[in-house]
Design a protein. Sequence first.
Length: 251
Amino acid sequence: MGGMIRAVVVDDEPLAREGLKLHLAKEPDVLVAGEAADGRRAVALVASVKPDLLFLDVQMPLLDGFGVVDALSAGHLPTIVFVTAYDRYAMKAFEVHALDYLLKPFTAERFQTAMRKARDEIEARGSHESRRRLLELIAERAGAAAHLQRFVIRSGEGYRLVAAEEVASFEAQGNYVRLTTGQGHHLLRITMAELEKRLDPKRFARIHRSTMVNIDRIKEITPAWHGDFEVLLHDGQRLRLSRNFRERLLP
């Protein structure tokens, strides 16, 4: 591949950073463009330097590795190799999403394997596959402790995260759900039944067997016909509230 790979090393342990830099110094096509000892500095550094490759410690105080990825998700998101002490949950998550990680302490051979994968990923960045996997990991972690907070959607040739609070409505379309925000429509591969289970019922209400709305986006509800109602959203959407679901919104 042409050009130098600009790398950033993030770890709260000075010895761990030095160890990674020693390995990287042996790679003729890699330039270490910066290092950080905590997640907050890492976010600022990556936004400034815009590296191709990020070695990112998972366990850090204040803002851990997952928090760093979350903070970077709306901007420059480099190829990432996670570095972790033994953490069953983290390793399982990386394996499920086919993300690479180095388990401390790692051998030179294992480091070389990670570098080969990283080079391949940097070379193929046009596919946006690694970005999709990273965003899915962050969305999954956000929904693991409570309700679903974010969605991974297509954006041009790539992917981005949309916060649940930005969504005005969801409408079923076969095995997909159409998500509507102020910026447009996107399809999610999920059923309405599964989506309803994973959303916060204080924020979202089912108003029809094929429709859910963000309660905060409702402007008014007016009677329609045969016991049904019309729901007008602030963005101008007009949706039907079936009488079978009226108790979700009306006394």
